[in-house]
Design a protein around this ligand. Structure first.
Ligand code: NI
Length: 138
């Protein structure tokens, strides 16, 4: 178990005012929790620089299922990476559009590769990869 340590921060008043407004908008109950999250976020970003690092995340894509061969290609990619894609959620948004959310787990370089592959496909209108961590090193 880690213990809590208190430390002081010197900061310009104008910057602190902006920070306080921001954390209020984001519903933080106090500065400490907001600063802890900022630090964790930076540490997670740093981990992703190491492409061998294990990460978990989601790939969200919106696509037009009428685009020729797209559905088959999407299925093929998902089967090719069945070790990393651990779950999927499919929503038929309207007559044309599907929303697909893929939960992924594995080395960051492979996760990025899967996301790039899916998001760049013709017919995929928008896509976003969100990577996070299980937290062992944060
Ligand atoms: Ni659909």
């Amino acid at each position: 178990m880690s213990e809590l340590i208190r430390f002081g921060i010197s900061i310009e008043d104008t910057l602190l005012e902006k920070f306080d407004r921001l954390i209020q908008e984001r519903n933080y109950s106090n500065r400490s929790e907001a600063i802890r999250d900022l630090i964790r976020n930076e540490l997670v970003q740093e981990q992703w620089q190491d492409s061998e690092t294990e990460a978990v995340g989601t790939i969200t894509i919106i696509y037009d299922h009428h685009v020729r061969d797209l559905t088959q290609v999407l299925t093929r990619v998902q089967h090719d990476f069945n070790e990393q894609i651990i779950s999927t959620l499919h929503v038929h948004l309207d007559h044309h559009h599907c929303l697909e959310i893929l939960a992924v787990k594995g080395q960051t370089k492979i996760i990025r590769k899967i996301a790039d592959k899916l998001i760049s496909l013709k017919g995929v209108k928008h896509g976003k990869l969100v990577m996070t961590t299980q937290g062992e090193r944060v």
